[in-house]
Design a protein around this ligand. Structure first.
Ligand SMILES: O=P(O)(O)OC[C@H]1O[C@H](OP(=O)(O)OP(=O)(O)O)[C@H](O)[C@@H]1O
Ligand SMILES: NC(=O)CC[C@H](N)C(=O)O
Ligand code: SF4
Ligand SMILES: [Mg+2]
Length: 483
């Protein structure tokens, strides 16, 4: 099945005491970006130590098993970590990250957030000259390209490798003596540089990871930039002419992915979401008694909507902390059940009232439909749905695994049909222009392709998520998967 999924998260730190503990806290704060697998690799400056597995950070690194965190920290000076939600290649242990390898130049580990849209083309090229791939993920190509003798001979191998890639990629390479962190020329996914309170340099998908280790955000890695974290401190270089490629920051990071206490693309996520909500109130006012959010991601927008409209804000739903963010279930029945368990209506907050219910996005409509029904059962007099992003109509090729185009509910129905389907009294979505007016950078600096169909970075869209690996691979991994 497919569903809207989160992103991956990466974290790296250099020259610190107990690096594995810091990476653990960093990854924990990035857990909302991926819950399929987690892993980390550390270095003692001469060799790498590695551990990864399926599940959430606390599950993979749970203390009871083998005290893995102290072992990874023992003698180590730094390392990198990853939380995964698969966007290329199945969800299985072989595709977990960081990926580690030994090649002619020594050991290396790699962690990646994004989707390399030409990975399968590159892979075919490598396979045709005899390379053997171990995984079905796009990330593995980053190791093969690093190890290619013709690339090793280049003055700057990593810069050379990065120039071959299309799509979205925030990449951390860990070598025994340093971390190299690179961000794609369009800057599609966020990647930031921070400092721990003891002065250790860090890199992370979101600045909330620096908060988690008591550190602070220093600046973003620029699109097309490579930064090196080593015993010499932090240094930077560009693999493209800076500013030669128009940025295309994923605005959906502000709408849904990123955590509210993070600053991504130069601004705080919570503030951006409140702005979306305020603009939504201007574009789609409602005559109502109360504004309630669909937690978690709808909350900030609902606050913005309530503030701007003057309609009182209340919590009409209570959220269970025991169900993850993007619950993946194989059948519609199970998805409905998950939504019911996750969000329970508070009757006293909505009974007899005209309710505005605000969510950040509607993908398949499972959440909204289920919750409108609950509001009615609890005695809400009217239910007006307000969505703090435009109708999602197009697939994302840059690392968001949306439901297929046919499953995107805004694609299948016009607004009247949708309102009826969701059993709402009215429905209003934020406009693309309105959304872009709420964020700090000029509109042309953002990607809006899943709403507009305008893709700025090459998509190679004919290729599918499972494009990598032929029939032999599938057989091999089916066996692996069923263990
Ligand atoms: O239309 P649907 O297919 O139901 O998808 C949309 C819903 O999914 C997301 O919530 P999610 O539960 O993933 O995370 P959250 O707790 O951060 O809101 C999003 O915030 C919407 O509520
Ligand atoms: N969501 C992501 O960034 C995933 C990274 C990579 N494409 C994978 O599937 O492992
Ligand atoms: S298509 Fe949508 S989700 Fe994908 S990068 Fe662009 S704005 Fe983000
Ligand atoms: Mg939600």
């Amino acid at each position: 099945m497919s569903y809207k999924r989160e992103e991956c998260g990466v974290f790296g730190i250099w020259n610190t005491e107990n690096p594995a503990e810091k990476i653990y806290f960093g990854l924990h704060s990035l857990q909302h970006r991926g819950q399929e697998s987690a892993g980390m690799t550390t270095t003692d400056r001469s060799s790498l130590k590695h551990f990864a597995g399926m599940g959430t950070v606390s599950k993979v690194f749970r203390k009871s098993s083998m005290n893995i965190i102290p072992k990874l920290s023992d003698g180590a000076s730094g390392g990198i970590g990853h939380v995964r939600y698969s966007t290329a290649g199945a969800s299985m242990r072989d595709n977990a990250q960081p990926m580690v390898a030994a090649y002619s130049q020594g050991e290396v580990a790699v962690a990646h957030n994004g989707n390399i849209t030409n990975a399968d083309i590159l892979r075919e090229e490598y396979e045709s000259t005899g390379s053997i791939f171990k995984t079905t993920s796009d990330t593995e190509i980053l190791i093969h390209m690093l190890a290619k003798p013709a690339h090793i001979n280049k003055t700057d191998t990593i810069a050379h490798v990065m120039r071959h890639l299309d799509g979205a990629f925030c990449v951390l390479y860990l070598f025994p003596d340093r971390i190299e962190a690179a961000r794609d020329p369009h800057g599609i996914r966020p990647l930031s540089i921070g400092k721990s309170k003891n002065g250790a340099w860090c890199v992370a998908s979101e600045s909330c990871a620096f908060d988690a280790i008591g550190g602070e955000l220093v600046r973003d890695v620029e699109p097309g930039e490579i930064v090196t974290l080593s015993d010499d401190g932090l240094s930077s270089r560009f693999f493209i002419e800076p500013g030669s490629v128009k940025p295309s920051h994923c605005i959906f990071e502000h709408v849904y992915f990123s955590r509210q206490n993070s600053k991504v693309f130069g601004e705080n996520v919570h503030t951006a979401r409140k702005n979306f909500g305020a603009q939504l109130a201007v574009e789609h006012p409602a005559d109502a008694d109360v504004v309630i959010p669909i937690p978690d991601s709808g909350t900030a927008s609902a606050i913005g909507y309530a503030n701007r409209s003057g309609i009182p804000f209340d919590m009409g739903f209570v959220r269970s902390h025991y169900i993850g963010r993007s619950f993946i279930a194989p059948t519609q029945e199970m998805r409905d059940l998950a939504v019911r368990l996750k969000l329970a209506v508070i009757k006293e907050a909505v009974e007899g009232k005209r309710v505005v219910v605000v969510d950040d996005s509607i993908v398949r409509g499972t959440t909204t439909r289920g919750k409108v029904k609950n509001l009615r059962e609890a005695g809400a007099k009217e239910v007006h749905i307000r969505v703090s992003c435009p109708p999602l109509k197009f697939p994302c090729f840059y690392g968001v695994d949306f439901a297929s185009k046919d499953e995107l509910v805004a694609n299948r129905m016009d607004m009247d049909e949708l309102s009826r389907y969701l059993e709402a009294d009215s429905i209003g979505y934020l406009s693309v222009e309105g959304m872009l007016s709420c964020v700090n950078l000029p509109p042309e600096h953002y990607c809006t392709a899943c709403w507009t169909g305008k893709y700025k970075a090459p998509t190679h869209r004919a290729r599918s998520k499972d494009a990598m690996g032929g029939s032999n691979h599938k057989m091999l991994f089916q066996i692996e998967d069923s263990r």
